[in-house]
Ligand binder design. Structure first.
Ligand code: FAD
Ligand code: NAG
Ligand code: NAG
Ligand code: NAG
Length: 400
């Protein structure tokens, strides 16, 4: 240490500092730009929407129809399909950033951010710079870090172990027996992808899971739910959706996919757990191409896994579809605004603003719709403050 420590450049900034150049950070910067408020976006990676560009599988498409995944002020091209591919989504993000001339600073990994009470500014530190601003917008996402479960013995496993954030496609798993741990949307879609690549996936379904058809009678299930919720209580909508899911799929219990006692929307509202929207995995479970293991993994061995009920199966590879978590607690200092899990303590729609010019965008468990909602509110709030500040006070701050 000491001798190789580099000098850090200090940059004072009139507008907000936004941490994260995913859809959320870019959306806030765009809305501010539209109002004439400058901002600076700091991104640890080397591109915008890095989650989508670097950490998702090739087969990924938007889970919801595009009209539910639009960022503010600038929509999808008409020619895009109903469920844009990952490539299309990334190109939308690039067009969006270009349209509003948002140029993030890449390779800026925020390691700490702290409010300086004396000077009334946020001090945001990256690996080589310090930024100061009156406003801090946290846009690092619910999916900042891969969750790696602690499974006994996993270090002894002789095959490949891969988190879904590093899974691109099933090519390398051809003719392999693959244990997929986790049965959310990613686990189901990776299992489907493995099948199509002639691998043999086994998906662990330890607890219960709601699998719903992505569409019913040609309408997106998500859209149907939103429409019905305007008229009916949540529990009634849950009953209707489960009734229609049953019409489409039949009983899923006997496939090893037990449904939770709580309905899908109620569960989502209470815990944030998203139902699986089926894109083809279910029929492969029915046909036995994807095998369901209704047991938690007790232990991984050199060549396979032992399950809670004692059965032992051989596997060549393991894919961890165990999700992601926020990293806010690691770098945001002295804030009691976030839970230990790095989510705002105030639930949606009230989680976007905190005292001292602190904002959060995209921590709603409501995907890009939630992002849009937050971004518009943040931009309005900051713009109002920006406009009410006189020119002199701005300059005063700058010359400090
Ligand atoms: C596989 C998958 C599919 C999804 N499909 C949909 C869908 O169809 N519809 C939908 O609405 N939502 C979907 N989502 C939800 C997803 O949360 C959003 O799509 C969106 O990517 C969230 O945007 P964000 O900007 O909040 O977070 P992110 O896209 O994760 O962007 C956060 C950015 O912050 C950067 N960052 C993190 N920490 C730091 C740091 N300390 N310093 C600097 N930069 C940092 C990251 O590198 C990243 O670029 C999906 C998520 C996943 C994982
Ligand atoms: C990112 O920053 C680090 C140190 O701040 C530097 O060593 C590295 O070369 C940079 N990477 C790129 C791709 O610019
Ligand atoms: C689901 O559908 C089957 C027929 O396919 C029916 O026997 C069963 O009662 C239905 N269950 C529910 C909960 O609607
Ligand atoms: C949704 O969750 C909140 C708490 O997170 C709760 O107050 C509310 O009653 C729930 N709504 C429904 C309809 O269950």
């Amino acid at each position: 240490m000491g001798s190789c420590e580099k000098e850090q450049t200090l940059m004072k900034f009139d507008g907000p500092v936004i941490v994260g150049a995913g859809p959320s950070g870019i959306a806030v910067a765009a809305c501010l730009k539209e109002n004439g408020v400058p901002s600076i976006v700091l991104e640890r990676s080397n591109c915008i929407a890095s989650l989508w560009q670097h950490k998702t599988y090739d087969r990924l498409k938007l889970h919801l129809p595009k009209q539910f995944c639009e960022l503010p002020l600038f929509g999808y091209p008409k020619k895009f399909p109903k469920y844009p591919t990952k490539k299309e989504f990334v190109s939308y993000m690039e067009d969006y950033a270009n349209h509003f001339e948002i140029r993030p600073k890449f390779n800026q990994s925020v390691v700490s951010a702290e409010f300086d009470l004396k000077n009334g500014v946020w001090r945001v530190t990256t690996q080589d710079s310090v930024y100061e601003s009156r406003w801090l917008v946290v846009a690092t996402g619910e999916n900042a870090e891969a969750v790696m479960p602690e499974i006994q013995g996993i270090e002894k496993f002789e095959g490949v172990v891969r988190h879904t954030s590093e899974y691109k496609n099933g090519c390398e798993f051809e003719n392999k027996r693959v244990l997929v741990v986790g049965c959310g949307n990613s686990g189901m879609e990776v299992s489907l992808d493995l099948c199509r690549c002639k691998a043999s996936p086994f998906i662990v379904v330890r607890n219960s899971v709601h699998v719903l058809p992505r569409e019913m009678f040609g309408f997106a299930t998500f859209g149907i739910a939103i429409t019905l919720l305007k008229w009916l209580p949540l529990r009634v909508v849950d009953k209707l959706i489960l009734f229609m899911a049953n019409l489409t799929f039949g009983k899923t219990d006997k496939l090893g996919l037990r449904r939770p006692k709580t309905g899908p929307l109620e569960l989502k509202n209470a815990t944030g757990k998203t139902p699986v929207l089926d894109t083809g995995a279910l029929s492969l479970i029915k046909s036995g191409n994807i095998k369901v293991v209704e047991q938690g993994v007790r232990e991984v061995t050199k060549k396979g896994a032992k399950f809670m009920d004692g059965q032992e199966l051989a596997f060549d590879s393991i894919v961890l579809a165990t999700g992601y978590r926020s990293n806010v607690p690691f770098w945001l200092k002295g804030s009691d605004f976030f839970t230990e899990e790095g989510m705002p303590k105030m639930p949606f729609p009230n989680g976007w603003k905190r005292k001292n010019g602190l904002y959060t965008v995209g921590f709603t468990r409501r995907g890009l719709l939630g992002t849009t909602c937050d971004a518009l509110k943040i931009a309005k709030d900051v713009t109002d403050q920006w406009r009410s500040m006189t020119c002199t006070s701005k300059h005063e701050y700058r010359s400090k």
